[in-house]
Ligand binder design. Structure first.
Ligand code: AMP
Length: 553
């Protein structure tokens, strides 16, 4: 709590709360005919306008209230990116209840845990998740009703009691006449981020944090969104609210396109072209697949102007491959705990003035902090390190859309004495303010007393045209303490040899970085949010037990 100074004079401006419901109101009024397009779970393409989406969100709100849902109650969703999920974002949060987006790709025990921990009263689910819900319900005693978004087959609904049909349920209600007004600091949404050790942790967003994040993310220095944009929201709504896309689309009046249950490259490329997407967001593994699809089919994506890519480091090779298709990469670094945006790699006049090659190098870094996010790097004694672009340290962040604690673990201290949050990442910050992640703290490799950046090494390897995905992990070494082990998934149909890769790396990284051991896998193990699952690789390739690691989410 801020203490009021002795001569506190309040400003005389209207104290209107920043509420998520105001976004859909604005979109309906000023961009009412703009479309929300999704690949429906039941097949085909579904179209709706912002005006009807508000109407339907207000019906959801009416139905929830009529059911007895109170502000602060948690309502779970197990759903793809579709117009119905979009309506729930506003219908649930709009009446002060908490939207709990559940990641269906987590390990099942983790899903059981988070539904129990969140104590969700209602679950909204796409029909294809009903078998999962059937297994979940015996453990989830808080769940009173399961509401199916769309039609479910007899087979899908078998054994699921408390089942309600979403369309029929909402159709029985008139939209609420107005959204309620309440304290903007009220919780709006809950998203768990999980580790292989320890229980998943709930990040509890507020209306205020979400609204401030949305204002900031729309800016030119970040995503530069406007009503002439068509956003394709590829990042799932269960991963940090699709990186804020439902809110951003409503605030800016952009057309919103959602891939529904299909995040395959064919669906994504089809939607980009059919709907004229200008802006996208997604993790690198999605773009690896999209680029491979474009290479194989010869298709193009001429409408797409730019995409934010984050969740894992984007390699310079990927940025170049997208640029060859006319797509500008906005490298983004963030966390579920940061709503998720922290930094974005956009150009400043200083960078614009650089020769092209230097510009490219600069924009492969994760980027500059957006207004509202503070960054610091510190050494092992928590002393601030210089922003010289070479000194790497533990990255800490502070700002009004960054978590201060985890849901129902509020007593566990998370921040340092000055209110900074530990990201668990290692980074450098250069004199122009561009931050670069060199490693996840737990992935860093120390060889002969010197650091090897697994990200930099991976980036060098994926520049090889026949490499699809590369991962580097540290393995114990008697002489050097640790050595990098490289694991490669080749492009389909391409054969790669250890020698060929070592030769390729010869001029690209320091000699002592080149791994002696290189292994090939048919499919790289990925986490529930599309990152490389290094714990799984360690279990296979390193005899030692896996280290604790936040990487299943
Ligand atoms: P999540 O909460 O699942 O979004 O994961 C957040 C973590 O993903 C960060 O702490 C980073 O370790 C990693 N991450 C996110 N974006 C990037 C990026 N652009 N480059 C490297 N790592 C990233």
């Amino acid at each position: 709590m801020m203490t009021e100074p002795p001569h506190f004079i309040p400003g005389l401006m209207q104290d209107r709360p920043l509420l998520i419901s105001s976004l859909i109101d604005y979109a309906a009024e000023y961009h009412g005919r703009r479309e929300i397009v999704s690949r429906a779970v039941e097949g085909g393409i579904h179209r709706i306008t912002y005006a009807s989406a508000r109407d339907r969100a207000m019906k959801v709100a009416a139905a929830l209230r009529d059911y007895g849902i109170q502000p602060g109650d948690r309502i779970g969703t197990l759903a793809w990116n579709t117009h119905r999920h979009f309506e729930l974002f506003f219908g649930i949060s709009g009446i002060g209840a908490i939207l709990h987006t559940i990641n269906p790709r987590l390990f099942e025990e983790q899903i059981h845990y988070i539904v129990r921990h969140g104590a969700d009263r209602i679950l909204f689910v796409d029909a294809d998740f009903l078998p999962l819900v059937r297994r979940l319900l015996p453990y989830a005693t808080s769940v009173e009703a399961v509401i199916v978004l769309g039609e479910a087959s007899a087979e899908q609904s078998e054994g699921v009691d408390r089942l309600v049909d979403y369309e029929a349920w909402t159709a029985q209600h008139l939209p609420i006449p107005d959204w309620p007004a309440f304290d903007e600091r009220a919780a709006s949404a809950l998203c768990y981020t999980s580790g292989t050790t320890g229980d998943p942790k709930g990040v509890l967003y507020s209306h205020r944090s979400t609204m401030l994040h949305t204002f900031a993310a729309a800016q030119k220095s970040a995503m530069n969104l406007g009503c002439d944009d068509t956003i394709i929201a590829i990042a799932p709504m269960y991963h940090a609210n699709a990186w804020g896309m439902p809110y951003l689309a409503a605030m800016t009046g952009a057309k919103l396109v959602m891939p529904g249950p299909r995040n395959d490259a064919q669906n994504i490329v089809g939607l980009i072209n059919e709907e004229g997407a200008t802006f996208a967001c997604g993790v690198p593994t999605i773009w690896t697949n999209v680029l491979e699809h474009l290479r194989q089919t010869g298709e193009t994506i001429p409408s797409l102007d730019r995409t934010t890519i984050g969740g894992s480091a984007v390699s310079p090779a990927m940025i170049e491959a997208l640029a060859a298709h006319g797509v500008r990469t906005l490298h983004l670094w963030g966390m579920t705990e940061m709503s998720p945006m922290g930094v974005v790699a956009t150009k400043t006049p200083d960078v614009e003035a650089m020769p092209k090659e230097k510009q490219r190098h600069q924009l492969t870094k994760q980027g500059r902090a957006q207004f509202g996010v503070e960054l610091k790097i510190v050494d092992e004694d928590h002393r601030a390190l210089p922003h010289d672009g070479t000194t790497a340290g533990a990255l800490w962040v502070r700002g009004p859309w960054i978590a201060s604690g985890y849901y129902r673990r509020e007593h566990e201290p998370l921040l340092d004495a000055d209110g900074w949050f530990p990201t668990g990442d290692i980074a450098t910050i250069d004199p122009l303010g561009y931050m670069q992640i060199t490693d996840r703290a737990k992935d860093i490799i120390k060889s002969g007393g010197e650091w090897i950046s697994s990200i930099e090494l991976e980036n060098a390897v994926v520049a090889h045209p026949d490499v699809m995905i590369a991962a580097v992990i540290g393995v114990p070494d008697l002489r050097w303490e640790e050595r990098p082990l490289l694991i490669v998934q080749a492009v389909e149909g391409k054969a790669l040899s250890v020698d060929a890769i070592r030769e390729f790396l010869a001029n690209r990284v320091a000699r002592w970085w080149i791994p002696e051991r290189i292994e090939f896998v048919a499919a790289m193990p990925l986490t529930a949010t599309g990152k490389i699952r290094k714990t799984a690789l360690r279990e296979i390739y390193v005899a030692a037990a896996p280290s604790e690691k936040d990487e299943t989410a």
